[in-house]
Ligand binder design. Structure first.
Ligand SMILES: NC(=O)C1=CN([C@@H]2O[C@H](COP(=O)(O)OP(=O)(O)OC[C@H]3O[C@@H](n4cnc5c(N)ncnc54)[C@H](O)[C@@H]3O)[C@@H](O)[C@H]2O)C=CC1
Ligand SMILES: O=C(O)/C=C/C=C(\O)C(=O)O
Length: 527
């Protein structure tokens, strides 16, 4: 959605020569500390435009009617740079390059693809700080958080570089008559669409398996956070990935994303983002039965705290896990636990200890960043105003100031803890996707499960208790694709990742990603 973004015309963003474009890319690439990046931004007379990466080259989309989108720095509200809003005709050209590359890439050996992925992960490792710096500037997250996410992007490539070397398919004899086995082949050209909350981390979570399994891609990052995708294009070129295997087009959802998803030349879509957008993608592809869809959508995840978890031995862990699940990355992770339910026996104790713990651990500008955009700030503020109107108790935080313009000092929202919120309030139902958590008491185990499952979403859940039998008993009844017990966001990249209910379709990770990116035929061979 573009409501807060000014779309400026081409005449206001001079395209410059190709040489200038490459020169700017080199300048950005050299900014590998926060100081260098900030002084580079300040030195620019007008914001530069980022470029697409198509067929192995950086380029602005050729269509003369291309418009440009302003991109702002969340921590200051300053205009950072512009991105082209790639039009359908140029999206189709990028898809054409991916199709051409597919003919050869799909036939490369696993060892060859593995070498390419390893090289990419090594280069990312070498330029870890460059990517972390720009991610933090562009998205609003802290540099510490950005480093964690670049490390995960590195792992995305290294994990799939080895996975494809070791994967095996089973063969079996059926009735002593036929030898039966699965044969897999790359499924084609994919649209890879990612959101603004963990830009590089989630884009590479799609690109790495896609190319590892022999497919090619046109990737589109969020228009709100395109910087590290642009840098990734430069890195892929340096890594020597054959042209066209990965193409990266910049632009908004309604223009660029919609054209990419709907193109009949695209064989599959892997998407992470909001549930409404997931529905739009389903609708626009409804007549293309053959198109594969892997949709990882929103969440409104419960954290269940049983009384024993607040005992002296595990109280510290309980506070730490519940707080990080609620406030990590400003609460802008689809897996965040934004509905906390606490056993009534320890409810008062938990609320009293949780608020000071969060206030000490999540400090704006130090351990917590700004939210990603003005539009998102306004959305979160809307919910906090609703909380005040509904007479919820603000145990921590308050309704942030109204903000109508970008130049008002950045999009900062305090960690906010609400109690006395009705279970039917939009605050308990909607994905706010910000640093806001509700705390509600439960009476017993049945009540806890029923409150946890009372949601259109089914992505993740956190359980806090020392009772091993309860962990299984409750964990297996929660309507959630991923349940973490006494921990949160512990990830092994082979485990199925994805959600139930309105949180998505399909799973990714290890063999589940293989299912997304390969076509399978079963052969029954009788001699
Ligand atoms: N991982 C998650 O669960 C995420 C959830 N959200 C939720 O969605 C809400 C809205 O955020 P948005 O940035 O608007 O998310 P979004 O779902 O619109 O954006 C995600 C990506 O989809 C693209 N996109 C948008 N419309 C499209 C279309 N019709 N066809 C193809 N691609 C399209 C966007 O350009 C972006 O790259 C957030 O406030 C949050 O609640 C947003 C981002 C991530
Ligand atoms: O893969 C992970 O570890 C985390 C993924 C997070 C999202 O998909 C999200 O926040 O959208």
């Amino acid at each position: 959605m573009l409501s807060e973004k000014a779309v400026v015309t081409d005449t206001q963003t001079p395209r410059g020569s190709r040489q200038e474009l490459l020169h700017r890319a080199d300048e950005l690439w050299a900014c590998d500390t926060l100081e260098k990046a900030e002084s580079f931004i300040r030195s620019l007379p007008t914001p530069i435009s980022l470029a697409n990466y198509v067929a192995g080259e950086l380029e602005l989309p050729p269509s003369p009617e291309t418009k440009f989108i302003d991109s702002y720095e969340p921590k200051t509200g300053n205009l950072l740079f512009r991105i082209p809003c790639t039009q359908e005709a140029d999206v189709e050209k990028a898809i054409g390059h991916a199709r051409t590359a597919f003919r050869t890439w799909s036939k490369t050996t696993r060892a060859e693809r593995s070498r390419h992925l390893r090289r990419i992960s090594e280069l990312l490792q070498e330029h870890r700080e460059l990517f972390a710096v720009w991610e933090s500037i562009d998205q609003g997250k802290t540099i510490a958080r950005a480093r964690v996410e670049v490390d995960r992007a590195i792992s995305n490539f290294s994990y799939f570089s080895t996975y494809i070397l070791h994967e095996q398919t089973a063969a079996r004899m059926v009735d002593g008559v036929a030898l039966t086995y699965e044969h897999r082949s790359p499924a084609g050209v994919f649209a890879l669409i990612s959101p603004w909350n963990m830009p590089l981390y989630l884009l590479t979570w799609k690109i790495a398996p896609c190319i590892a399994f022999g497919c090619t891609a046109v990737a589109k990052p969020s228009e709100i956070t395109s910087m590290t995708a642009y840098l990734l294009g430069i890195l892929l070129r340096k890594a020597g990935l054959p042209p066209g295997v990965v193409n990266i087009v910049l632009g908004d959802g309604p223009t660029t994303g919609a054209a990419l998803v709907a193109s009949p030349s695209v064989d599959g879509v892997s998407f992470t983002g909001g549930t409404q957008t997931g529905m739009a993608i389903r609708l626009s592809t409804a007549r293309q039965i053959r198109k594969r869809l892997s949709l990882e959508l929103g969440g409104k995840n419960p954290t269940l705290i049983f009384a024993d978890a607040m005992g002296p031995a595990t109280r510290g862990r309980t506070l730490r896990v519940a707080a990080s699940a609620a406030f990590e990355n400003q609460g802008e992770i689809c897996l965040c636990g934004s509905r906390i339910y606490v056993d009534r026996a320890v409810y008062e104790q938990f609320v009293a200890e949780f608020a000071p713990y969060v206030a000490e651990k999540y400090v704006l500008g130090e351990t917590m960043g700004a939210v990603a955009s003005l539009q998102h700030y306004q959305k979160i503020r809307g919910y906090l105003k609703l909380a005040a109107d509904e007479r919820a108790t603000f145990v921590l935080g308050s309704v942030p100031a109204a903000m109508e313009r970008h130049d008002e000092g950045g999009y900062w929202i305090q960690p906010t803890i609400l109690t006395d919120v009705s279970k039917d309030s939009a605050l308990q139902k909607d994905e706010i996707f910000g640093p806001v958590v509700t705390i509600t008491p439960f009476e017993d185990e049945e009540d806890a499960i029923s409150l946890a499952n009372d949601s259109q979403y089914g992505l993740a859940a956190v359980l806090l208790t020392n009772d091993a039998a309860r962990l299984r008993r409750v964990g297996e009844r929660l309507e959630a694709g991923m349940v973490w017990a006494n921990c949160w966001l512990v990830r092994e990249l082979g485990t199925p990742f994805g959600g139930m209910k309105d949180s998505g379709t399909g799973r990714e990770g290890g063999e589940y990603s293989r299912d997304v990116f390969t076509e399978v035929r079963t052969l029954h061979l009788a001699a």
